[in-house]
Design a protein around this ligand. Structure first.
Ligand SMILES: Nc1ncnc2c1ncn2[C@@H]1O[C@H](COP(=O)(O)OP(=O)(O)O)[C@@H](O)[C@H]1O
Ligand SMILES: [Mg+2]
Length: 353
């Protein structure tokens, strides 16, 4: 784990939630809506998040909780008929939601990049990887073919693809899954973005390759100082790589804080259920999120109160939980928020234990 950064006088502590870090990317009250059977559904429902230079924010939550859609919203790639209908996406203080399509296209890749789970869908089978990297470069920079090829080889080297001078002429199918993911990472960082969003970047890979890809991402983050968002199911990865953690449920962030706070002073029963069996930040634990009894909520049928109440060991059947859908509020400890009416009970239980 990296040490928390020292506070600085010009920090945006109140807004970013972590002292001494000025956010590079900040989502404020982000709402993304899709049409449902009985009217619009807020698939992303008022998300607030921030990530600072050189920092990794891990975003965890069951499948369908809105992790991918939150960040597709941030980079302007929500599939129609979905639409961002509210909030702000601040990149170095500029709201990307005010950008035109054209402006967004210019920002994607150069200032903010996203890498997805399946490395095959991101690559075109009929072009060599060198041609594809060169195309990204030449779309945004004034480079000759020869210069672009040279830069492509350098980028392959940076993501530790062996023999890059030869590999540059390979087609995607000639590479392993891990190597393809490295190529996509090379493309994503080729223009020096401020933020790299990696959406379950290793889910399709086997365990040793997963670790190597994550090592690479950590190394690139250190080298470049870019901010990183790591969307993942793997709590071992969260423990090893994240500075901060956001836990999502039903389109909302329900717990948010430093990795230490979220692991050691878990303040939402949903997080606690996910983390069961993951003892602490220092333990050498690896593993996927634990399955929680009951189904994640269908966005068409969200309960009126807390969306987790029907599955919650703490709040199930409690009238206040059924009546109120709580927003994020300060939890025990610094830089820590929870959207649970009874988080104090939870923390108390943990401390007694
Ligand atoms: N293209 C789409 N149209 C309508 N709803 C979608 C679409 N893609 C995802 N959803 C819904 O949005 C919600 C959040 O999905 P997603 O962001 O992919 O979750 P996660 O990444 O956490 O698994 C889910 O309920 C899912 O069914
Ligand atoms: Mg997803």
């Amino acid at each position: 784990m990296r040490q928390p950064k020292a506070p600085s006088p010009d920090s945006c502590a109140a807004e970013s939630g972590v002292p001494g870090t000025v956010p590079v990317l900040e989502l404020r009250d982000l709402v993304t809506r899709f049409p449902g059977d009985d009217g619009p559904l807020n698939i992303v429902d008022g998300v607030n998040l921030a990530v600072a230079t050189g920092e990794t924010l891990a975003v965890v939550g069951e499948s369908g909780s809105g992790k991918t859609m939150t960040f597709l919203s941030a980079v302007g790639l929500v599939p129609p008929p979905g639409r961002v209908v509210g909030g702000q996406v601040l990149l170095d203080g500029t709201d990307l939601l005010t950008h035109t399509r054209e402006q967004m296209r210019a920002v994607r890749g150069t200032r903010i990049s996203m890498v997805f789970q399946d490395p095959l869908t991101g690559l075109n089978p009929v072009f060599t990887i060198g041609e594809q990297i060169a195309e990204v470069l030449r779309a945004h920079r004034d480079l000759s073919r020869a210069q672009a090829r040279k830069t492509a080889i350098e980028l392959l080297e940076r993501v530790h693809i062996p023999d890059p001078g030869r590999r540059v002429d390979d087609y995607p199918h000639q590479l392993s899954g891990g190597m393809r993911q490295r190529v996509l990472i090379a493309m994503a960082i080729s223009l020096g973005p401020r933020v790299l969003i990696a959406d379950e970047p290793t889910t399709a890979l086997d365990v040793t390759v997963q670790a190597q890809v994550l090592e690479l991402l950590a190394e690139l983050r250190e080298e470049t100082g870019m901010a990183m968002v790591l969307i993942t199911h793997d709590l071992g990865l969260v423990a090893r790589h994240a500075d901060r953690v956001a836990v999502m449920y039903a389109g909302r962030v329900v717990e948010y804080g430093t990795a230490e706070a979220v692991f050691e002073r878990t303040a939402h029963p949903y997080t606690q259920s996910l983390f069961r069996g993951v003892p602490s930040l220092d333990a050498d634990c690896a593993g996927d999120l634990i399955e929680i009894e009951g189904q994640p909520p269908d966005p068409e049928f969200l309960p009126p109160g807390c969306a987790f109440e029907p599955r919650c060991f703490l709040g199930q059947g409690r009238r206040d939980c059924q009546a109120t859908r709580p927003g994020l509020r300060p939890a025990v400890g610094k830089d820590h928020q929870s959207a649970c009416l009874h988080s104090a009970e939870l923390t108390a239980t943990r401390e007694r234990a």
